[in-house]
Design a protein around this ligand. Structure first.
Ligand SMILES: [Mg+2]
Length: 227
């Protein structure tokens, strides 16, 4: 095992689904407000970071937010699980094929770096039938700061495969400037994909190593990630 590819979830592997609605309902249930959720920028942020920004923006003290977060995420997972069967996520074009090819390569390990809490990632990927693809990850439940997540994923990868992956053989694949920044903070490589809210020009401006419009050209993407 020499190469490690760490995928973001929303906007990168899949889109849609009931997560925002579930989050909204859980915020109302536990805190009595969802703050300015309709106009809030979620992109590339962790779930606890989004919750904190919404709730502190609505005037709640940080201690109140801290105290309620475990209840919030229990309610969120309950609502998400209840809604996914009728409002499933959509897998982005080329993703299953890319994961098939990478997953079959003997020296490639696959993982996640996502702002989703681990339980949310599991539910969304399960809904997309991608749940078995990723042995390890760094999640929003590990830290509120996305920049903290790559080292968490790397440590789990080290434990899982007993390999110290060289930083230039670790790629982070994501759809937002925050995905690129969290990789750059640790000297990792970055493939930015314009299937989320940011177009290719906006992603190029982040200094990502590679930018693609989508993950649909399997051979070209594999050539980038496993040269
Ligand atoms: Mg994303």
């Amino acid at each position: 095992m020499r190469h490690l590819v760490l995928f973001d979830i929303d906007g990168t592997l899949l889109w849609g689904g009931p997560a925002k609605e579930a989050f909204h309902l859980a915020l109302l249930e536990v805190f009595g407000t969802a703050g300015d959720i309709e106009s809030h920028d979620f992109s590339g942020k962790t779930d606890p970071q989004i919750a904190r920004e919404l709730l502190e923006g609505a005037g709640l003290p940080s201690g109140t937010v801290d105290h309620g977060l475990p209840s919030l995420f229990r309610a969120y997972l309950r609502e998400l699980e209840a809604r996914l069967p009728d409002d499933p996520v959509t897998v982005l074009p080329g993703v299953p094929e890319l994961l098939d090819v990478l997953g079959a390569m003997e020296d490639v390990a696959l993982g996640l770096v996502t702002g989703n809490i681990a339980g949310g990632a599991e539910l969304k990927l399960g809904s997309a039938r991608l749940g078995e693809r990723f042995a390890i990850g760094g999640f929003g439940s590990d830290s509120e700061l996305r920049d903290d997540l790559p080292p968490v994923a790397l440590e789990r990868a080290r434990t899982r495969w007993a390999v110290d992956f060289a930083p230039d053989r670790v790629w982070i694949v994501g759809d937002t400037p925050r995905d690129v920044a969290c990789a750059q903070a640790h000297g990792l490589r970055t493939l930015a994909v314009a299937t989320g809210r940011f177009d290719a020009d906006a992603l190029r401006a982040t200094g990502a190593d590679r930018v693609v419009d989508h993950l649909g050209d399997t051979d070209a993407i594999v050539e980038v990630l496993v040269p």
